[in-house]
Design a protein around this ligand. Sequence first.
Ligand code: ANZ
Length: 853
Amino acid sequence: MSRYSLRAAEQKWQQVWEDRRLFEARVDKTKPKFFAMEMFPYPSGRIHMGHVRNYTLGDLVARYKRAQGFNVLHPMGWDAFGLPAEGAAIKRGIHPAKWTYDNIAEMRAQLKTMGLSLDWSREIATCSPDYYKHEQAMFLDFLEAGLVYRKESWVNWDPVDHTVLANEQVIDGKGWRSGAPVERRKLNQWFFKITDYAQDLLDSLEKLDRWPDKVRLMQQNWIGRSEGARVRFSIEGRDEPLVVYTTRPDTLFGASFLAIAPDHPLTEEIAQTNPSLKAFAEECKLLGTSEEALEKAEKKGFDTGLKARHPFLPDVLLPVYVANFVLMDYGTGAIFGCPAHDQRDLEFARKYGRPVLPVVLPEGADPASFTIGDEAYTDDGRLFHSGFLDGLDVPTAKKTVIDRLEEMEVGERQVQFRLRDWGLSRQRYWGCPIPVLYAEDGTVVPVPRDQLPVTLPEDVDFSRPGNPLDLHPTWKHTALPDGRPATRETDTMDTFVESSWYFARYCSPHYDDGPCRKEEVDYWLPVDQYIGGVEHAVLHLLYSRFYARAMKKVGYLSVEEPFQGLFTQGMINHQTFQDENGAWLEPGKVRKNEAGDWVTVDGERPVKAGRVEKMSKSKLNTIDPTDIIQAYGADTARLFMLSDSPPDRDLEWTDGGIDGAWRYLNRLWRLVEETRERLGEAGADPSAAAGADLELRRAVHATIDGVTQSIERFHFNKAVALLRELHNTIESHIKRGDPAPAVLREAIETLVRLLNPMIPHVTEEAWEALGHATLLAETPWPAPDMSLAGSDEITLPIQVNGRRRGEIRVAKGADRAVVEAAALAEPGTIRAMEGRPLKKIVVVPDKIVNVVV
Ligand code: ANZ
């Protein structure tokens, strides 16, 4: 089979699948459903290798589940709003809509060459009014249900780009695009009430047992529940107490100062008559609003002169500072500082000469001599220097002190979350317009539903800085239903809103009367398997979980968790190259010369081969998938993506790897071509096999079992290894003698069937060559005969450098090569090898495998 005919075969089968509408899904209550979904791409213009990996993994799952008899929904769409489209408009004068739709057309064509089993009839683009009109209607539903509200809040404002920046977009106090120092501004912004669900979002993580632990942990940390107390300190000469929030009320006897946020109401009150405090507070605001920035900055304070009385020690007066590290929107915006047991407080106390009194004594330490140096003591121990708390451990002391505060009515227990409400207003053009109007007196009036969608104006001017919607001469001027003049909200929604509910839209993408048809979402949701990058572990996945809850509350969905199973894939890495001046070089511009040194292709200049790093445009170490698919076919690219590494780990792109995959496809095809004449009739019964034939049948059924289990566990590289092993076994049986036609047919057909979800084109071609008039894509998954598959299986432990790291199941007396391959493909082995080269592998037959690195 030549390269050319392989490519022709790919086109042919893609056409057949499309003509037969094979992957178009329909509700069918007689069948179990399976919703397989990958994170949809941003239409940047070209697919990259990350997409190829993501969609190869998803397609394997979708095709496998289909063969298992599931009614599979496997859709695709475009996350189509966002800033790059506006960038293109500014830079190149192309309208964002045109830029986006052109890119979609380009990328759709590229994706189609991969032969993915997608239901293209459900394709959605989130920038289409057909999509965002439902988003607007849901916004109004949420508004009525109290799930969205407007409030004045501090934002990072970029004075050059005239826009609000997310905390992540502020780098060292400057806007990420403009480089201008960021200002803090108070603006009216819309917020989703995600904090209403903080506890539920946290508790329900436990039920998501098909999510990676690391993602659940990241969400848990992001939600950040803490149990603590509010304590009211009375302030000399004032009626109002100052309320602080603390998670360590047990350390109250070690308090040495109080501190409040630069934008605390008390700060603002004092600043009115104190210009230097005003200046200090202004300076703090330049830091931006992110916790990270505050954490890194030097701790600074301003003594207000106010004194607070200690709740248990009436003689002790504590100074009240304004401090740059106290955030207004966490807790109460005020703290008590205990320098002995908190690092920030310690740095602050040393700087401003406040006492450092330890009150928690580490186990075994001497109370007479224990002191604090440069590091606060934050671990457990027993309380001392603490009156009625002396001798208690930390948890008991916390409980005791809060009980006392409650008795005295100067404090109470409080649960606090780090999670903030989700600010969704963006001062951008290319986003979903927020469907509200403002009367002249500022009253908020929802856009009447019969006026939805509020569409974006097409004639916009991108040459002026600022929000084009706000600058548009007429768009925002309109009227209320009663005819009074009104202005439109000119902010658009955060683009994370669109991706928070697209899974629901996929269920009935053409439904016009609402975001989703109940009958269909109830059938398809939740998504059974979601696959994508770990970079979305927090925001996108948390927002989607919130959105499902909100959609349930207003009656659209019956489920709360949108994604039952989640898989996060690793990245694709590639070697980097630089010339003698340090300029990055594309992989295609370098080669190894006869001496084995890297040189440039033109001119043979010396090249420095650098580290293997994540493919990125800045280092020029990307490989364009379309080039690979052109040259080797989609099956080759897909097989390579699945072969070398477990899918959750990084994969190193190598020319050798892609070559190996290509050679394997050819070997598979040769096996089919060379044997097809002697396989006898399709469907012949192989069960009379004995001797060597029986051995072959055992290998076949053991492979069915092993591959099925490996796919279920996402051990796709192991599944590939098992299949290549079966291939070797078949070839050696052919060499040794002539297996009975029915036995050989069973073996080769099984190989082809099991490979189908991975390399669907060449296997479909092989299936036809083997005399089948049906499509392999419609053929059920083979079932192992366990009397053949299981009988002689044993478990072999694997040791890496002398420590047990995992185990494999292999046939008793299995070939050394089979055992070695399986041992090296085992995730436990791979993890323990930590990427180090293999020095030696020793197989003690039927006993143990020793790996040395
Ligand atoms: C006294 C204390 C003593 C504290 C001690 C810690 C250690 P988590 O656990 O993350 O919730 N804090 C409270 N509100 C704050 C704000 N608005 N800005 C900055 N810091 C604030 O953190 C809670 C702890 O962070 C609280 O417990 C408080 O300091 C501080 F040995 O109170 B602690």
